[in-house]
Design a protein around this ligand. Structure first.
Ligand code: G1P
Length: 317
């Protein structure tokens, strides 16, 4: 692959797109693309969205929403598709359930429900009508996000970290402004499965991104730092996405649009050092369940014994 393919080399957009770095606007909104079909989890996902599958006692989507809220996000934008209405219900009051819990004095359960409920008016739902790619899903949120920076969280990627990946990114953003992409190291032979960045100068808390490529052919990745599903982006990305250009896999890719934006605005990488579970795969989803269960005090002890018993019984191949 030639370097021109993934590096920021040319300026193609007019001056008015240039970001005024002196004016760092706060990140108040987060976009969650949740339109995917979840075919890897069939038949479970025939009538239940993959984002509603549970890791211990919470649906996958709730982990990303809680991470966003902890980072100071005030408005949660879901880009949904057909058969996803239950996600909207999950982030609403369930009147009958709450009445029943109240009648039965189940105050802990009521508090738990209240703690995960966004405030009135803090959620928006829009639909991606055709599965044209991640870039297209993000573009569907353009009117709701408007002219301000926003966070993008891919809910399949579930993070386990004391601080929260997005909180650390917001900290970096408050110093640098611009656009931030979270990255993580991956084995070189796995790089073709992801978006990968090219690294430039180190800055306090991160590094400059000088290029990026979506799903590089084996042996051609510019680094082994993959894009792990958390972004802070400036609204000019929507102008670029409105070109609907197709990239890797014949889909409209957010990585391609970001590469174009990187010719005009600053892009920084954040190195995430917590654990990430790719819950779009069965292995990642099951591992996440074990890891989060082991972090629950009341589950950990018994589960450790049970897991040990199972592992002792299973003959290694
Ligand atoms: C998407 C992004 C890719 C990123 C990945 C993380 O790919 O396009 O850059 O590395 O998520 O999971 P997808 O998993 O949709 O193929």
């Amino acid at each position: 692959m030639t370097k021109e393919f993934y590096s920021c080399t040319q300026t193609i957009y007019p001056d008015e797109f240039l970001l005024k770095m002196t004016n760092i606007k706060p990140v108040r909104k987060a976009v969650f693309p949740v339109a995917g079909l979840g075919t890897r989890f069939l038949p479970a996902t025939k009538s239940v969205p993959k984002e509603m599958l549970t890791i211990v006692d919470k649906p996958v989507i709730q982990y990303a929403v809680e991470e966003a809220r902890a980072a100071g996000i005030e408005h949660f934008v879901f880009v949904t598709g057909r058969n996803k209405a239950v996600i909207e219900d999950h982030f609403d009051i369930q009147v009958e359930l709450e009445l029943t819990l109240r009648e039965r004095d189940k105050h802990d359960a009521l508090d738990l429900l209240a703690s995960s409920l966004p405030k009135a008016g803090q959620t928006s739902f829009t639909r991606q009508q055709s599965p044209l790619g991640l870039g297209h899903a993000v573009w569907c949120a353009r009117d709701i996000v408007g002219d301000e920076p926003f966070a993008l969280l891919l809910p399949d990627m579930v993070m386990q970290d004391k601080k929260g990946c997005l909180s650390s990114m917001v900290e970096l953003y408050n110093n640098t402004g611009g656009n931030i992409i979270a990255t993580e190291e991956v084995a070189w032979e796995e790089t073709h499965k992801y978006g990968v960045v090219e690294t430039g100068k180190e800055v306090d808390g991160g590094f400059e991104i000088t290029g990026m490529v979506e799903k590089p052919k084996p042996g051609t990745a510019p680094s082994n730092l993959f894009i792990n599903g958390r972004y802070i982006l400036q609204p000019e990305i929507f102008d670029i996405l409105s070109g609907h250009e197709k990239g890797a896999g014949g889909e409209i890719q957010i990585t391609d649009a970001m590469l174009k934006l990187a010719n005009l605005q600053e892009f920084y990488g954040f190195r995430f050092t917590g654990r990430t579970f790719d819950c779009g795969s069965r292995e990642g989803f099951i591992t996440a369940n074990v890891a989060f269960a082991m972090s629950h005090e009341e589950l950990a002890k018994d589960l450790r014994t049970e897991l040990k018993n199972i592992l002792d019984e299973v003959q290694p191949e």
